[in-house]
Design a protein around this ligand. Structure first.
Ligand code: NDP
Length: 274
């Protein structure tokens, strides 16, 4: 079935999530509010924030002002690294809800698998899930090792793992394990922060389909069944990034893009986190 802007992926708990969301890292204050507002008007229904982005308040306000029914919007936020541990997590989650001005979030993620406290953190995530103030729980920056360790301590599998993912960091081992365990992969930095826009294979494919480099990269994620959360504060680019449902990258071009992996990272390598 052809993907549409209204297409949704069913998570392992039955909850549905859009294929594209607005990333909000580094969006602050009025810019954060306006960007979320523009994205919602352009048809985005997934917004990705985090305690450590210091914009939960503005994201929440923009959602409220949009007058779009709350249950049509999917909100993700994340636990900051300094708040791992059972009680800290419960407190941090309350703080996020309060700043967002919401009764519930759709997805709460462990932002980074830092430290040995993460098992306790996951227990707190399970109790938040049971309380119903969060519809799904998941992780971020979990490598294969971190996931396998989590499987040993809990029978609650994460609904989502959010990791760095674009053709220049094609993390196939994590993608394959998540597929096998029915954990949805969500790709961050889907545009490789534009740093590869002059790379020749991407350039040629972009010209062939008459779509921008950003659109090709986002579509590549979607065709891997990976959610993409591009960040932009620019109205035209926010609209451009969701205009990816009118073309399909052919198998041979997907293969060419798949071959570009060079483990390019803009965030720290979580393989180094114990
Ligand atoms: P992206 O790959 O989304 O790139 C963002 C950059 O691309 C910005 O400089 C933006 O500039 C520019 N841009 C956006 N659209 C276009 C376009 N169509 N044409 C040209 N340039 C464009 O990087 P991010 O690192 O921001 O990743 C996206 C999101 O992923 C984050 O915002 C955050 O929500 C999440 N994330 C999660 C992490 C985690 O640890 N879980 C870590 C890092 C990110 P401009 O705004 O001017 O358009």
């Amino acid at each position: 079935m052809a993907l549409k802007i209204s297409s949704r992926i069913k998570l392992n708990n039955g909850i549905e999530i859009p294929y594209i969301g607005l990333g909000t890292y580094q969006l602050r204050g009025k810019t954060a509010h306006e960007s979320v507002n523009t994205a919602l008007e352009a048809g985005y229904r997934l917004i990705d924030t985090a305690e450590s982005y210091y914009n939960e308040k503005e994201v929440g306000e923009a959602i409220k002002n949009s007058r779009i029914p709350r249950d049509e919007i999917f909100i993700t936020t994340k636990l900051a690294n300094e708040n791992h541990g059972y009680d800290n997590t419960l407190r941090a989650f309350e703080g996020s809800l309060k700043r967002l001005g919401l009764d519930y979030v759709d997805l709460y993620l462990i932002h980074w698998p830092s430290g040995r406290l993460r098992d306790e953190t996951w227990r707190a995530f399970e109790s938040i899930l049971n309380e119903g103030t969060c519809r799904s729980i998941g992780v971020s920056n979990y490598t294969v090792r971190h996931l396998k360790e989590l499987f040993k301590i809990s029978s609650t599998f994460p609904a989502v793992n959010q990791v760095e993912f674009n053709p220049y960091i094609y993390q196939k081992d994590i993608l394959d394990l998540c597929k096998e365990k029915n954990i949805q992969l969500e790709g961050y930095t889907p545009l490789a922060r534009t740093k590869k826009f002059n790379e020749s294979i991407l350039k040629n494919i972009s010209e062939k389909y008459v779509k921008s480099r950003a659109q090709v990269l986002i579509r590549w994620s979607l065709q891997h069944n990976v959610i993409a959360i591009p960040k932009s504060s620019n109205e035209n680019r926010i609209k451009e990034n969701i205009n990816v449902f009118d073309f399909e990258i052919a198998h041979e071009d997907m293969k060419k893009l798949n071959s570009l992996n060079e483990n390019l990272r803009f965030s720290p390598d979580p393989h180094n986190l114990k």
